[in-house]
Design a protein around this ligand. Structure first.
Ligand code: PLP
Length: 385
């Protein structure tokens, strides 16, 4: 199998799997219990929190575990609006993941004003529009660090600079950037930042929100005293242990992964552009997570390409995993100005740590043949932009 859908989820790193199974066999204690079998679990959680904080340049007490990246995004946005009920404006971008997008629609239903800052043809936000949207009523700006469909990296440091001049808090969804580029909360200057374990070779169902010390935020989930009263519920201990181990590996070999993935992706991109006529690269040439490649294949339905590739055990995506089974055109591809038929002809290939040069050669052999055959069958007039 050739897995090119690492932005949807990554395979569990075998070392993470080993660590989790050892832990699962030996430790069942509740971290809130005061006797030794609970304490040992509590200590392991603290160690994971410390590792994640270290990777982000944060303090241990600024990391709050959540049930997913989605929950971390909800916690950030709703938690800030609950803490500042007198403020009624939210600013985000037109290309956010549904975790932020749907939370923005929820705020609108609650009577808040939301501004969706537009992006250019490469998926880069319009900073002038962002600046214009800020008012004294703005509680929060949430702009994703890297986009899941295009890989485009937003200028978060500039967003923060604009926001700080006006005293507005900034959240960034770093679920797709963490582990792929340097993500340091102090360099970025953000107040809140979301991450998720299953995008960095860790388990599913565990995420974290970084909250800068002193930030006024309310919990999303009420109950027990876990996570210093900020996220009630007995901890997903095994998930937290796996997340910590995944991040420990990132700290150890993340740079090597980056170089490896970039080399493979550059080779694949050039190969597709050389071998396949009438393709369009969607995304930014330089300000991009290099392992994310999104291409439109004029005249074709992306789903037909995806299914043909799947018969060869090559797995890609037609957009974000969350909208895979919907008929709608991706809101991200619409936002960069693609006509619906071009958006519907687009596939995303996202590379990861376990891809090899041989994988790229196989894709560069199979994909051009598939595209040619499908175009013969459809025999459509191909209309390029
Ligand atoms: N934000 C972005 C940018 C994502 O790509 C994803 C997952 O696809 C999420 C948030 C949601 O993370 P999770 O799957 O952990 O809920």
């Amino acid at each position: 199998m050739i897995y090119l859908d690492n932005n949807a989820t990554t395979p569990l790193d075998p070392r993470v799997c080993d660590k989790m199974s050892e832990f699962l066999k030996e430790h069942f204690g509740n971290p809130s219990s005061l006797y030794p079998i609970g304490r040992v679990v509590k200590e392991a959680i603290t160690e994971s929190r410390e590792t994640i904080a270290q990777a982000l340049g944060a303090k241990r007490t600024e990391i709050f575990f959540t049930g997913s990246g989605t929950e971390a995004d909800n916690f950030a946005v709703r938690g800030i609006f609950d803490a500042f009920p007198e403020k009624n404006e939210f600013i985000t971008s037109a290309i956010e993941h549904p975790a932020v997008m749907e939370t923005a629609y929820y705020l609108e239903r609650k009577g808040k004003k939301v501004t969706f800052v537009p992006v250019d043809a490469y998926g880069m936000i319009d900073l002038d529009q962002l600046k214009k949207a800020i008012t004294s009523q703005t509680a929060l700006i949430s702009i994703m660090h890297a986009n899941n469909e295009l890989g485009t990296i937003q200028p978060i440091e500039e967003v923060v600079k604009i926001a700080k001049d006006r005293g507005v808090l900034v959240h960034t969804d770093a679920v797709q950037s963490f582990g792929k580029i340097n993500v340091n909360v102090n360099k970025l200057g953000v107040d809140l930042l979301s991450i998720s374990a299953h995008k960095v070779y860790g388990p599913k169902g565990i995420g974290a929100l970084y909250v800068r010390k002193g930030t006024n935020i309310m919990p999303l989930i009420y109950g027990g005293h876990q996570e210093r009263l900020m996220r009630a519920g007995t901890e997903n201990t095994i998930g937290i242990i796996g997340f910590g181990e995944a991040v420990r590996i990132l700290i150890e070999k993340g740079d090597k992964d980056k170089k490896h993935i970039e080399k493979l992706a550059n080779h694949l991109k050039r190969g597709i552009e050389d071998k396949i006529p009438k393709v369009k690269f969607n995304g930014h040439e330089t300000e991009r997570i290099k392992g994310t490649l999104n291409f439109a294949f004029y005249g074709l339905e992306a789903e037909a390409i995806l299914l043909s590739l799947a018969t060869k055990e090559i797995y890609v995506s037609t957009g974000s995993a969350c909208s895979e089974d919907s008929e709608e055109v991706s809101h991200v591809l619409s936002a960069i100005g693609l006509r619906p038929e071009i958006a519907r002809s687009s596939i995303r290939m996202s590379l990861g740590r376990f891809n090899t040069e041989e994988d790229m050669e196989i894709v560069l052999r199979e994909l051009p043949e598939i595209v040619e055959k499908l175009r013969e069958i459809s025999a459509l007039d191909i209309d390029e932009d």
